[in-house]
Design a protein around this ligand. Structure first.
Ligand code: MEV
Length: 426
């Protein structure tokens, strides 16, 4: 069997699938059927998705859910979330509602600038390079004017260009560190186009341009979201938990994430459950957001929590500070019908508003996780959803699901226990 191919990208979709199933699958017709069952019957829509990437052969669904009852800066939101992990939307919904009766979330933008860099090598004297840069700096900015016209009209563009010597880290290595404001667009294409033009103009004997690329590390594009309440308001209903003890334990959980990177990674992963889900639903680049968030978490030299907690003078305060370079115009936000729909659900936010909403989704997720971890543990909630997944795999009817869920109210959920109980229903 030949498992290598040339000219694959030129094949039609059918031809690609034919080759693939012959080369790698035993049950060829079932595999073909599965792949085709995920094609959209609306051909125009399918073509749109086909064209997002090369060699598309089908679609890969993820659930699209919503978490209602979020109040952010006194505005009501229902937050769209794309995620496969069973407990995330349920947790967001609970937390949204919880804080809606305690003043909601407050969010503020700390900055919106982004960075692009031209990396180059230069073996000559630094003072000469500095003189050359000083003389050409405004020219470098002018050279991009054709690209930046529209952005400048929207209040964005190049804010500054700095020459930086990095020779202490790497012999002969320098960079042009360029600060951008890209308003409502994420700005990757804009920044990269500007950088390439600048690099072409930045020519002097001895300068060797290595590469020109935006930095996905965007600490200048940061948002803060927070919640606070009186400590006694932290506990709902008739719970016997002492609110003061609970608040302190919650804070200790955050403190642990600040001193223990193993815990911090899981802690921040929980935050990213909420963040990535909204980033995906709005057509933004979750890899860029992830890479940046984790670099930010390590900005003090140790990987730490992205959230913070204070229990002081009778008040509980919990907040997140995180860079979120997202856009609400351009890219997939304009192309993907579901991304557009998500943005409409969020009342067509500016990029700054979207940063606030996404930060809130991350904070809410972390609140849910820490609340569960420091009280009942997370398995109780997770297992409910796990049970539903097993029942769906088994093809259970609504009635069978109801009976099984009620049976497992007080019985531990394991794969084999559910299978055993399910057999008794049959
Ligand atoms: C699971 O996806 C996320 C949690 O592990 C986060 C945490 O431990 O804080 C529950």
């Amino acid at each position: 069997m030949i498992r290598r191919i040339t000219g694959f990208s030129k094949f039609s979709k059918e031809e690609k699938i034919d080759w693939l199933v012959k080369a790698f699958f035993n049950k060829q017709s079932i595999t073909k059927e599965t792949l085709k069952s995920y094609w959209n019957t609306n051909e125009k829509l399918q073509r749109l998705h086909d064209d997002f990437i090369e060699n598309t052969i089908s679609n890969f669904y993820l659930p699209y859910g919503v978490a209602p009852n979020f109040i952010i800066n006194d505005v009501d939101y229902t937050i769209p979330m794309v995620i496969e992990e069973s407990s995330v939307v349920a947790a967001a919904s609970l937390v949204g509602k919880f804080w809606s009766t305690r003043g909601g979330f407050k969010a503020t933008i700390l900055g919106t600038t982004k960075i692009g860099q031209v990396h180059f090598m230069y073996a000559g004297r630094f003072s000469e390079l500095q003189s050359y840069f000083k003389a050409i700096k405004s020219d470098l900015i002018d050279s991009t004017s054709a690209i930046t016209t529209n952005m400048r009209k929207r209040g964005g563009g190049i804010l500054d260009i700095e020459l930086r010597s990095k020779t202490a880290e790497l012999d002969n290595y320098y960079q042009l560190n360029i600060t951008f404001e890209t308003k409502d667009s994420m700005g990757a294409n804009f920044i990269n186009s500007c950088l390439e033009v600048i690099a072409t103009r930045f020519q002097k004997e001895g300068i060797q341009i290595v590469m020109s690329i935006l930095s996905n590390y965007a600490p200048g594009c940061t948002v803060k979201a927070e919640v606070s309440c009186k400590i006694e308001e932290l506990i709902q209903g008739t719970s016997e938990i002492d609110p003061e003890v609970y608040a302190q334990k919650f804070k200790t959980a955050v403190d642990i994430a600040n001193v223990e990177p193993h815990r911090a990674v899981t802690h921040n992963k929980g935050i990213m459950n909420g963040i990535d889900a909204v980033v995906l639903a709005t057509g933004n680049d979750f890899r860029a957001i992830e890479a940046c968030a984790h670099a930010y978490a390590a900005k003090d030299g140790r990987y730490k929590s992205l959230t913070h907690c204070e229990v002081k003078e009778g008040f509980f305060k919990f907040w997140i500070e995180i860079p979120l370079a997202v856009g609400t115009v351009g890219g997939l936000t304009a192309l993907h019908p579901m991304a557009k729909l998500s943005l409409e659900m969020l009342q067509n936010p500016s990029a700054e508003e979207l940063m606030k909403i996404i930060a809130v989704a991350g904070l809410a997720q972390n609140f849910a996780a820490l609340r569960a971890l420091t009280t009942t543990g997370i398995q109780k909630g997770h297992m409910k959803m796990h049970l539903m997944n097993i029942l769906n795999q088994l093809g259970a009817t609504i009635e069978e699901k109801e009976k099984t869920i009620s049976y497992f109210e007080n019985v531990s959920v394991t794969h084999s226990a559910v299978h055993e109980f399910y057999k008794t229903l049959k």
